[in-house]
Ligand binder design. Structure first.
Ligand SMILES: Cc1cc2nc3c(=O)[nH]c(=O)nc-3n(C[C@H](O)[C@H](O)[C@H](O)COP(=O)(O)OP(=O)(O)OC[C@H]3O[C@@H](n4cnc5c(N)ncnc54)[C@H](O)[C@@H]3O)c2cc1C
Ligand SMILES: *[C@@H]1O[C@H](CO)[C@@H](O)[C@H](O)[C@H]1NC(C)=O
Ligand SMILES: *[C@@H]1O[C@H](CO)[C@@H](O)[C@H](O)[C@H]1NC(C)=O
Ligand SMILES: *[C@@H]1O[C@H](CO)[C@@H](O)[C@H](O)[C@H]1NC(C)=O
Ligand SMILES: *[C@@H]1O[C@H](CO)[C@@H](O)[C@H](O)[C@H]1NC(C)=O
Ligand SMILES: *[C@@H]1O[C@H](CO)[C@@H](O)[C@H](O)[C@H]1NC(C)=O
Ligand SMILES: *[C@@H]1O[C@H](CO)[C@@H](O)[C@H](O)[C@H]1NC(C)=O
Length: 503
């Protein structure tokens, strides 16, 4: 009986909090007065370019909030404009400039850095209408309104694949501009290494094509330089003949976790001269209520291999679930959705050399630390491990272009805490917890001499500065390139959100 009462109380709490969320649908999200700049820009956009979405519009809530992965990214722009062409992006930028209006740009809406892709009181440019896709012989041209599932779907009939996101609905633009971890980095490099051309709108509203021979300095800077240079209106991506992939889904209970972490480190250390493309999503989940920990592997290997040979070390660990398959990149991605508005979520991440004992002790410390915040409503803690192998870095070191990371041909483990929760009142608490834990564990690695200062924007929290981990000369060069392509600082002063180079 008591249990029943508690259950119905819980249901009530859940129901009332969802009514709470529902009511914010009718009363716009926050209550921000438009600035002088955005009032000017919204008016000009609607006079010169047609419809803008205002807080009173029926689609405002979808555009200002529901299209984001992290609930914290929901903000209250003064108006939202959906450009339908590169020319309209260019006109919008010239309006922002003349009105001195602050603005934000959204692609796939997955970045969980509040303010990186949305803005209170400014103008939001949402790129979803830029959704052209053209498949060429060994490239694909993609509009920034598309996600990776769109790309894999367009390529499937041709038996080809691109190097993009590992999950389904991550946006093409954000991931391509910050780096891009895919399953096949160990052979083909990162997503950024496979962009052969960018069409971009600069701060003075001019449109240029950037490739190896046209604006080569900017071509380099866009490979990892994020949203510091302009708005990309078309990406041309290299594609590869990959008609089939071999996949494995494996789940281990707590007893399997040490061997799982060792297998991840072993995989990071592989350094074949002619690697078989293979990689994974590796995560450990811990439920602070049930005290149950488990690990999971989503592994993908190029070509047909039953079971996939590169995951033999994982397959040797007793698993509670193991599903091997041979399929296509599109089919594999079909079920890997990351729903919009999933939760509030904080990332914290650091990098180290592969060391299974240390990785295991980071995992244990994390698990104990999760117990300390077990009272947080909706707590959803995940420990994520990504690998950056020597052979992945070799691609940029040998392709005559490079990228802004400037990584040495060494193997690295990127460890990350991805922590979800339910209520805004816990935002600062979760951030403090996550940051202190990451910094504490990183400091231990620094002492041990196994830490790297490399930080990937896709795994970082907003409190982190990824540029501080790039070679100093690269950051200096990136700033020079910025001052020549954006002398007025449109993409630092007016579009200020996200990972910015700073002064
Ligand atoms: C569930 C999940 C899974 C992920 N998996 C992976 C993964 O497998 N591999 C990986 O590498 N990363 C991964 N990430 C990180 C992901 O790559 C970044 O969050 C990335 O920014 C998402 O791109 P987007 O277009 O969806 O982002 P958005 O939030 O739309 O944009 C990100 C940033 O780029 C800017 N931007 C967007 N479009 C443009 C444009 N056309 N021109 C200039 N700037 C632009 C935005 O203003 C913003 O600052 C994942 C993230 C999540 C939440
Ligand atoms: C680079 O872009 C320029 C300008 O559009 C074009 O003329 C040239 O053919 C392109 N070069 C390559 C290598 O794609
Ligand atoms: C498997 O583990 C062994 C060490 O136990 C290591 O030498 C080997 O490289 C690993 N193989 C793969 C594919 O990770
Ligand atoms: C973990 O899973 C393995 C493989 O299914 C099983 O043999 C073992 O008993 C399980 N251990 C626990 C603690 O549940
Ligand atoms: C295995 O691959 C086939 C072919 O793409 C697909 O139809 C099927 O759903 C996959 N099965 C699983 C369990 O993923
Ligand atoms: C943890 O387990 C409880 C009880 O089964 C469940 O309600 C909750 O959703 C779980 N949390 C996570 C993060 O899976
Ligand atoms: C816009 O900026 C670019 C890069 O600085 C420059 O080459 C170009 O001449 C500028 N165009 C105009 C119209 O000012």
């Amino acid at each position: 009986m008591r249990l029943l009462v508690e259950l119905s109380l819980l249901t009530l709490v859940a129901a009332s909090s969802s009514t709470g969320a529902g009511s914010s649908v009718t009363t716009p999200l926050g209550d921000f007065a438009p600035t002088k700049g955005s009032t000017c820009a919204c008016k000009k956009l609607s006079c010169e370019l047609g419809e803008v979405i205002l807080p009173s519009s029926a689609t405002y809530v979808v555009q200002a909030a529901e299209n984001y992965w992290d609930v914290r990214a929901d903000l209250s722009p003064a108006c939202i404009f959906l450009p339908a062409s590169a020319d309209e992006v260019s006109k919008a930028v010239s309006i922002f400039k003349s009105c001195n209006a602050q603005f934000a740009v959204r692609g796939g809406g997955h970045m969980n850095y509040p303010g990186s892709n949305n803005i209170d009181g400014g103008v939001l440019l949402a790129l979803e209408k830029l959704n052209n896709v053209i498949v060429k012989r060994d490239t694909i041209e993609v509009g920034p309104g598309l996600n990776w599932y769109d790309v894999y779907s367009a390529l499937e009939p041709y038996g080809r694949a691109a190097i993009g996101g590992r999950l389904k609905t991550i946006g093409v633009p954000g991931l391509s501009l910050i780096g891009g971890f895919h399953y096949f980095n160990n052979k083909y490099g990162y997503a950024m290494d496979n962009v052969v051309s960018y069409d971009i709108v600069l701060g003075n509203a001019s449109q240029i094509t950037v490739n190896k021979s046209s604006h080569p300095d900017l071509f380099w800077a866009l490979k990892g330089g994020a949203n510091n240079y302009g708005i990309v209106t078309k990406f041309t991506l290299r594609t590869f003949d990959i008609p089939k992939v071999s996949t494995t889904i494996q789940v281990y209970n707590e007893s399997g976790i040490p061997d799982f972490l060792t297998a991840v480190c072993d995989m990071a250390m592989l350094d074949d001269k002619d690697p078989i493309a293979a990689g994974m999503v590796a995560t450990v989940q811990y439920n602070a209520t049930t005290k149950v920990a488990s690990a999971s592997l989503l592994g993908v290997q190029e070509g047909v291999s039953r079971p996939p040979s590169q995951f033999a070390n994982f397959s040797a660990i007793p698993a509670t679930t193991r599903i091997n398959n041979v399929t296509t990149m599109k089919q594999w991605a079909t079920d890997l959705d990351s729903p919009k508005q999933m939760f509030r979520v904080m990332f914290s991440h650091k990098t180290m050399k592969p060391d299974a004992d240390v990785l295991h002790s980071i995992y244990k410390t994390w698990k104990d630390a999760v117990d300390q915040i077990a009272d947080i409503e909706g707590l959803y803690p995940t420990f994520v491990i990504n690998i950056a192998s020597a052979s992945a870095a070799r691609v940029a070191r040998t392709n005559g272009v490079g990228n802004v990371w400037g990584l040495e041909e060494e193997s690295h483990i990127l460890w990350q805490f991805s922590t979800g929760w339910a209520l805004a009142q816990d935002d600062l608490r979760v951030e403090a917890w996550s940051r202190q834990l990451a910094e504490h564990l990183h400091a231990i690695n620094v002492k041990k001499g196994i830490a790297s200062e490399f930080v990937y924007m896709g795994d970082a929290g907003e409190w982190q500065d990824p540029f501080a981990g790039f070679p100093k000369e690269n950051v200096a060069r990136m700033r020079e390139i910025r001052s020549s392509y954006d002398p007025k600082g449109i993409f630092s002063r007016l579009n200020w959100g996200g990972f910015k180079l700073g002064i």
